[in-house]
Each structure stands twice: as structure tokens, then as C-alpha cells.
Design a protein around this ligand. Structure first.
Ligand SMILES: NC(=O)c1ccc[n+]([C@@H]2O[C@H](COP(=O)([O-])OP(=O)(O)OC[C@H]3O[C@@H](n4cnc5c(N)ncnc54)[C@H](OP(=O)(O)O)[C@@H]3O)[C@@H](O)[C@H]2O)c1
Length: 337
């Protein structure tokens, strides 16, 4: 009998915040497997901020968008049928299959085996020892290059998948770590992770005053997940020869109106001789496994902790996705089927 598959298809371009009616769940039957192919059943799916842009993030013809295609994304899937000698039924894989319940793969492109009884649960391959964990690791260590112990690191969206790992890796490297996040619960969480100071940026009377209070010697390293006015507020408070990793700009992804210009940015970067660098983690993909070996060691030692916010059911994909922009998650968002 043919395998049925459910997919989230993008029907309309996102304008401002994504809306449920921009997407549609469709059902279709998959063809029989050919030699060399495997049939995958999703177990855990990831939602990540880049999905706001989908596959067109780097494309010139942005107006075409991803209309008619399934939402992109990575999942942990179980092999439920195999005509490929490299894969057995019940193997687990990390696959770039999109928001789908079932898919067919040739077992080669965009797919990696995941240990069934690894030292950490398979869902962590979507988070702490997956793309977000690698982003924290290389963004901090390669882009920001902590130089000496006691340097001050400031990170925003600090209780999220990337930010919570950035702050803890900063502590492992002997930095003084200050985090900003959007709720009191997140602030308590950051303090439990060992952050030296943490603030709810939504309730502080002045973001600038909170940064000055928590970073009395200035900011040496700024790991920016948020962009927008947050970036403009931190930049004047950077120390000379400070390093800024432009990891994300989630405050800008759904914005319709132009940003306010809060500081003469070019002049500040020049005068303070800042190193400001944007990066995309796929450039480090060949080195991810090396990072994960270190990170697993830190996790086992108790120096690196992680949390997951789990949604249950394929129908919850959109709610899970929107919680990235509503800020209701702590740690990595996972959708469990
Ligand atoms: N460069 C790369 O290769 C790369 C790779 C992965 C991720 N990223 C970027 O890294 C950032 C974090 O990603 P993640 O997967 O770890 O997500 P996440 O931090 O787990 O979730 C997103 C968080 O962003 C915060 N946020 C949402 N809208 C905001 C706004 N308007 N202003 C301020 N904060 C807002 C919310 O936390 P609060 O409650 O604190 O507001 C929310 O929980 C994103 O910008 C993402 O695009 C970049």
C-alpha cells in the first residue's frame, strides 16, 4: 500500500509576522521505493528562525519566494523501509526533508545517520549538538575569539537555543557573561546557568542603563542574535577593538516599517576599531563534528546545559514556529510527532 505523507505547503508570501493562512497542510501518497532509496518517518522536527525566509534567503529572485513548496527544515527520522544496503529499518537519520511526516531519500544528499543509543537523546541533534549548537560554538570561538579571561561577553535572545549555549561556552572560556532575554522566567534560567548578570529587556527602564550597570568595564564581545535597535544600543558601549558577531537579526525578520537609526554606526566601528562580522554556520559544516565532541564532553561534565521546549503533533508546527517570534520558548524548540 502506498505510504501517505502530510506536508506543510507555503501558499502565500509572509508579510510581516507569518500567518496560519499563509500555509496549508496537504496529504499525498508517495511512490514505491526504487533501488537505493529509503522511506523516512519523522520523529522530531525542528523549527528555526531562518524558515521565515526559507530557501530564498540567499537567492536574487526573492519575489518568487517558496510558494507551492513545503516549508524547509531538518528532522530526525526513522527509516521505515530500505532498498539501500547502507540503511536498515529502524535506523535514525538527520534529514533535510522539510515540514513533512514522510519522505523518500536516496540516502546520500542532506542526510546523516544518528546513533540510536547515543550518549544524548536524538532530538539534541536538532539543538545543542546540531545546527544551533554549532552556531554558538563557532560564532563565539571563531568569530568573537575570546582573548583573555575576564573579558565581558554580552548576548541577547540569551535563553534561546543559540544564546543559552553562547553564554555557557563564554563561561567555560572564563568570560564575564551578561544575558538579555524577554521574560523573568528566562532571567531566572540564565542565572541558573551561571550567567553573571541577566535582564528582562522588556521590563528594564533603560536598556542602555542595564548594559552600563552590568558591564562597568564596557563590552568586549557582543554576540548579536537580535539586531535592530538592540544592536544600535550596544555598539556605543563596546570597548576598543571589541568583536561583534552578527549571528541573527530576529527583531528585523518580521518588520514592515524601517528601523530607527540610533547611532552613527560606521563612525563608531571605525573609531573603536571594532571587528563586526556576519556569519552563516553552514560555512563550518565540515568541522561541526569536532565541535560536538567538545560539547558532549562539556555536557557530560555539567558545564553545558540545554533545555528543549517540546510541542507534540505535526499539526503544531506553525504554533512552534511562531513561538520563536513570540519568545515563548526556552532553549531549542522541538516538535515531537
Ligand atoms: N548565523 C547563523 O548561521 C545562524 C544559525 C542559527 C540561528 N541564527 C540566528 O540566531 C538567533 C537565535 O536563533 P535560535 O534558533 O537560537 O532561536 P531562539 O533564540 O531559540 O528563539 C528566538 C528568540 O528570539 C527572541 N526574539 C524574538 N523576537 C524578538 C524581537 N523582536 N526582539 C528581541 N528578541 C526577539 C525571543 O526571545 P526573547 O524572549 O529573549 O525575546 C525568542 O525566544 C536568530 O536570530 C537566528 O536567526 C543564525
Amino acid at each position: 500500500m502506498a505510504q501517505m505523507c502530510r506536508k506543510w505547503i507555503k501558499r502565500e508570501k509572509f508579510v510581516g509576522f507569518p500567518k496560519r493562512e499563509n500555509l496549508e497542510i496537504v496529504e499525498e501518497s508517495l511512490p514505491p521505493l526504487e533501488d537505493g532509496e529509503i522511506l523516512l518517518e519523522a520523529v522530531y522536527l525542528s523549527v528555526d528562525p531562518y524558515m521565515r525566509y526559507g530557501r530564498v534567503y540567499n537567492r536574487k529572485d526573492k519575489d518568487r519566494d517558496d510558494i507551492g513548496l513545503e516549508m524547509p527544515g531538518t528532522q530526525i527520522a526513522r527509516v521505515i523501509q530500505s532498498k539501500n544496503p547502507k540503511y536498515d529499518v529502524n535506523d535514525l537519520v538527520l534529514a533535510y526533508s522539510g515540514w513533512v511526516t514522510h519522505s523518500i531519500s536516496n540516502g546520500e544528499k542532506g542526510i546523516h545517520k544518528v546513533p540510536v543509543n547515543g550518549s544524548l537523546p536524538p532530538s539534541t541533534r536538532l539543538g545543542i549538538i546540531g545546527m544551533p549548537g554549532a552556531t554558538a560554538y563557532f560564532g563565539l570561538l571563531d568569530i568573537c575569539k575570546p582573548i583573555k579571561e575576564g573579558e565581558t561577553l554580552l548576548v541577547n535572545a540569551a535563553a534561546g537555543a543559540v544564546g543559552s549555549a553562547v553564554g555557557q561556552i563564554g563561561k567555560i572560556k572564563g568570560m564575564r557573561v551578561v544575558g538579555f532575554a524577554g521574560s523573568d522566567e528566562k532571567v531566572t534560567y540564565l542565572k541558573s546557568l551561571g550567567f553573571d548578570a541577566a535582564y528582562n529587556y522588556k521590563t528594564v527602564p533603560s536598556l542602555e542603563a542595564a548594559i552600563k550597570e552590568s558591564c562597568p568595564n564596557g563590552v568586549d564581545v557582543f554576540f548579536d542574535n537580535v539586531g535592530g535597535d538592540f544592536f544600535g544600543t550596544v555598539l556605543p558601549l563596546m570597548n576598543k577593538k571589541g568583536r561583534v558577531a552578527i549571528c541573527g537579526a530576529i527583531a528585523e525578520y518580521n518588520r514592515k516599517e524601517p528601523l530607527s537609526q540610533t547611532c552613527p554606526i560606521n563612525h563608531l566601528i571605525l573609531r573603536k576599531q571594532l571587528n563586526v562580522r556576519g556569519f552563516i554556520i553552514l560555512d563550518w559544516v565540515d568541522d561541526w563534528d569536532k565541535a560536538f565532541s567538545n560539547m558532549i564532553f562539556w555536557i557530560q561534565d555539567g558545564d553545558l546545559k540545554y533545555r528543549e521546549t517540546v510541542f507534540t503533533g505535526f499539526d503544531k508546527m506553525f504554533d512552534a514556529f511562531m513561538s520563536l517570534f513570540e519568545g515563548t520558548n526556552i532553549g531549542k524548540i522541538i516538535v515531537k510527532i
